[in-house]
Design a protein around this ligand. Structure first.
Ligand code: B3K
Ligand code: ZN
Length: 885
């Protein structure tokens, strides 16, 4: 693919399809070096386009064996085939088009369409993978009822699965067998799935709210059959939750999940046949960290929730992707908050949003949650579409309130069941059900960039009046020079000496009452606005943007004392954490300056005191204490620094290390006391209290080791005696980062020996090593790429090792000799041929060249080198060319 034959697709060009496919019949004959696919498409021309009788079907990477209309084979001059389509010149208004094609899943390294993951046939069709299976109208607004027959070798592929219900299974001659699946729900091709292989399954049941019995199955390789319990429980929990909170019931008698090793992302919501990356299903205390368990729970729920938000109501076109993804991420984070700790969940989500999405919004790929154009849609499964999309739905929830929001979602599902719709339809349903006008709010869908809120305050002691002056702005983003004001819900409170103050807002209609009179949500919708509070008896510290009530950056001149006050005493748990983060970030930057200028460096006494109180207070949730001690990542710090002019990775790294070590030293006895005091009982599956205790305990360990390498003795004992992967991996990381060469090598070797048969644990082993920030960083990664356990064809391994290096090992990736950039460029060149989606995702760190003044030229040079590569995939081409603009 070269730039010349790449096409940009625009939202403004959307046209409804000229044809419908009411029914789709597929037959797959699975063979060892290819697959024969026969299709029968029941086609109907829409009246509006009756003048043109030609039909263009999408199709890539396949060999057409025959095509017929209503049983009559077409002659060669009646159709034309290109690398991307099959054009049939004359098609009757209603007919059955039948195609026979040959595809080669065994050679499909892009993992899009039908491919082989080891001995397993499986599919990934979203966004445009179905066109690599057969010629089709591969667009989400063409919805069809599918009947699928799969025929294959009985021994090699005893399990044959597709969407919907199994309606027939047959033993055939020559060791073959077949299965016929029928899905009664019309669906777009991107939700089609097929699996064939030698799998075992666990089975359980769910009784729906209207008393229907649903069979639930999780299919995995035999060796993993004991690792499915957590995913199964999560599925049942999610099904119940969706009934309770959204009134959504499951609609078929069977729901299957299949785990595959080679998968481009986490999981896929195919109708009744979800396909998952093994990393998002399999769990055991021995092999999976607590974070891993939580990830499985939320992804199982996410994919299940898509059954309504995505499948029953789907997207009209791919520009509307956030319609299903933003909404479903919002739903899965509500679920995780409900079944766990809401504040911890919010902290995790905000951390992700700020480090990934804010960075994306500030970079060359910045786009609104509903993009206006793309070259390759796979490049738009982004933090913006997913995470910012979820924030936009969250703001609607805040503005409407839970009850009206539920009425809005009921109306949306009822109005659009079985349809392919737009973001506009979603907003309209919310407006219609609530009576709230969202006209100006809609700008969140069309304007890119992270808005900035500048807040100043003023206190009139005499009049007891406190005023917040709020100003909003939004930076220029590619193609969008001018922005109009957003609607920004600003959740807030005011903190006084004895706690949060009651709020009396001047000009607020008397009838608006909130249950908590110390908490309000202000609506910011002008470029500049002032909010006046009356009867404020003392000068308060404002507690702003509680829960990150909008995806914006907040600027307020807090003193360190203010931040400590909020951190200790605000009633809002999120603001307490956020104030700690702001303070830590500020201190790291101060230390960075002191280290650079050679000035004496001392740790702020205020911070030490506030942190020591946190450690002493046993009434606090240990998970929150751990979060408050978690230093902002180097990547996030670099992003913050770039907002203020530019980032220096090396000095950020040293300053962050210095702060951790100084804080560790200042509070060593307290860290040790908490470390030793948190004795954790081992049970089968991790419970919330255990997870919380473990996270604080391992945070204490990290500070202790930073303070004094002698404390590695604690890590060594913990590594040896750990009864679960969370503790073992935490200890391993400390040893890998800080131990001498001998201890590091022997521990890593021991870990590998013990776990080399568990692919997912080997990935953790690769990832830990990829992130070690010592001088040998890059050579270690290069050596590991030749290790027998590394495979470039397996996305999990590439993400662990190469992704771990370029995203987490900043000092090595950004080495001033350019070797890190060259390394990434070389990997991307190889992957560009094998797996373009993966290649283009790995490139993200190079796109941030504007952040690093001293390195920008080198980073750009690597992008230039890539842009000169022949045969760039559309995926890589789009990211490289937009980054160089
Ligand atoms: N919908 C899929 C993502 C598909 C990505 C295609 N490149 C998983 C999810 O978001 O649930
Ligand atoms: Zn999704």
């Amino acid at each position: 693919m070269t730039a010349s034959n790449l096409r940009t697709v625009y939202l403004k060009d959307y046209q409804p399809s000229a044809y419908l496919i009411n029914r789709t019949e597929l037959h797959f004959h699975l063979l060892e070096d290819h697959v024969i696919v026969s299709s029968r498409l029941h086609l109907l021309r829409c009246a509006a386009s009756a003048q043109d009788a030609s039909l263009t079907l999408n199709g890539e990477e396949m060999e057409l064996l025959s095509v017929s209309i209503d049983g009559i084979r077409l002659a060669e001059e009646e159709y034309s085939v290109s690398a991307e389509s099959l054009v049939i010149h004359r098609v009757p208004e209603q007919c059955v088009i039948a195609c026979e094609t040959r595809i080669r899943p065994q050679e499909n390294t892009a993992l899009s369409g039908l491919y082989k993951s080891r001995n397993l046939f499986c599919t990934q069709c979203e966004a445009e993978g179905f066109r690599r299976i057969t010629y089709y109208l591969d667009r989400p607004d063409v919805m069809s009822v599918f009947t699928v027959t799969i025929e294959g070798d009985r021994e090699r592929y005893p399990v044959l699965l597709s969407n919907g219900n199994l309606i027939e299974a047959q033993q055939l001659a020559d060791g073959l067998h077949s299965a016929v699946w029928h899905d009664p729900f019309p669906k777009p091709a991107y939700l089609f799935a097929l699996v064939a292989g030698d799998l075992e399954h666990v089975e359980d049941r769910f009784t729906t709210m209207s008393n229907r019995e649903v069979t639930l199955r999780i299919y995995v390789e035999k060796k993993d059959i004991d690792k499915c319990g957590h995913a199964m429980r999560s599925l049942q929990q999610a099904m119940r939750w969706d009934e309770d909170i959204y009134g959504r019931e499951y609609d078929l008698d069977i729901f299957n999940i299949v785990a595959v090793d080679d998968f481009n992302m986490g999981a896929m919501e195919n109708k009744s046949l979800n396909i998952f990356n093994t990393s998002c299903v399999l769990c055991s205390q021995q092999t999976t960290t607590d974070l891993g368990f939580q990830r499985v729970q939320s992804i199982v729920a996410h994919e299940y929730f898509h059954n309504w938000s995505g499948n029953r109501v789907t997207c009209r076109d791919w520009f509307q992707l956030s319609l299903k993804e933003g909404f479903t991420v919002f739903r899965d984070s509500q679920f995780s908050a409900d079944v766990g700790s809401p504040t911890v969940k919010r902290v995790e989500d905000v951390t992700l949003l700020r480090s990934l999405q804010f960075a994306e919004d500030a970079g060359p790929m910045s786009h609104p949650i509903r993009p206006e154009s793309f070259i390759e849609i796979n490049n738009f499964y982004t933090a913006t579409v997913y995470e910012k999309g979820a924030e936009v739905v969250r703001m609607i929830h805040t503005l409407l309130g839970a009850e009206s929001f539920r009425r809005g979602s009921d109306l949306y599902f009822e109005r659009h069941d079985g349809q392919a719709v737009t973001c506009e339809d979603f907003v309209l349903a919310m407006e219609d059900a609530s009576g709230v006008n969202l006209q100006q709010f809609r700008r969140w869908y069309s304007q890119a960039g992270t808005p900035q809120l500048n807040v100043q305050d003023e206190y009139d002691e005499h009049a007891k009046c406190y005023t917040l002056h709020v100003e909003q702005s939004c930076p220029v983003t590619p193609g969008q020079a001018k922005k109009l004001p957003f609607v920004i819900p600003l959740a807030m409170g005011l903190l006084g000496e004895a706690g949060n103050l009651p709020l009396r807002l001047r000009d607020l209609p008397a009838d608006i009452e909130t249950s908590d009179n110390t908490h309000r949500v202000l609506t910011v919708n002008q470029p500049k606005q002032s909010f006046v509070f009356e009867g404020v008896s003392e000068r308060p510290v404002p507690s702003l943007l509680r829960g990150l009530s909008a995806p914006v950056r907040l600027q307020f001149e807090y003193s360190s004392q203010d931040l400590c006050a909020l951190m200790r005493r605000d009633s809002d748990g999120f603001v307490r954490w956020d104030s700690a983060q702001t303070l830590l970030t500020r201190i790291i930057f101060e230390v960075e300056q002191q280290l650079l200028s050679g000035a004496a460096v001392v740790l702020d006494q205020l911070l030490i005191e506030a942190c020591s109180d946190l450690l002493r207070d046993h009434s606090l949730d240990p998970a929150m204490v751990a979060e408050m001690f978690r230093l902002p990542s180097e990547d996030y710090l670099a992003e913050q620094a770039s907002q203020a002019g530019g980032a220096n990775v090396d000095s950020i790294h040293h300053a962050r290390d210095w702060v951790r070590s100084a804080l560790g030293q200042a509070l060593a006895p307290l860290f040790l006391a908490r470390y030793q005091g948190l004795e954790i009982q081992q049970v089968d599956a991790p419970e919330a209290t255990q997870i919380a205790d473990r996270s604080l305990r391992n945070m204490c360990l990290a500070y202790l080791v930073s303070a004094n390498v002698d404390n590695l003795a604690l890590a060594t004992v913990q590594y040896r005696e750990a009864t679960n992967m969370t503790d073992r991996q935490a200890a391993l990381k400390e040893i890998a980062f800080y131990a001498d060469h001998k201890l590091r090598a022997s521990t890593l070797e021991n870990f590998h020996q013990k776990w080399r048969h568990e692919a997912l644990v080997v990935n953790q082993w690769l990832q830990v090593q990829a992130a070690i920030p010592d001088r040998e960083g890059l050579s270690r990664v290069k050596a590991l790429m030749t290790h027998a356990d590394f495979e470039l064809g397996n996305p999990n391994k590439v993400r662990a090792l190469v992704g771990g290096f370029v995203n987490q090992n900043l000092v090595n990736f950004h080495h001033l000799d350019g070797s890190g950039y060259r390394f990434l460029g070389d990997v991307v060149v190889k992957l560009n041929r094998l797996n373009p989606q993966l290649a283009s995702r790995l490139l993200t760190p190079l796109t941030k060249w504007q952040r690093y003044p001293a390195r920008g030229t080198l980073m750009r040079a690597e992008l230039e080198r890539l842009s000169a590569e022949p045969a760039l995939s559309p995926d890589v081409f789009e990211v490289v060319s937009k980054s160089l603009q």
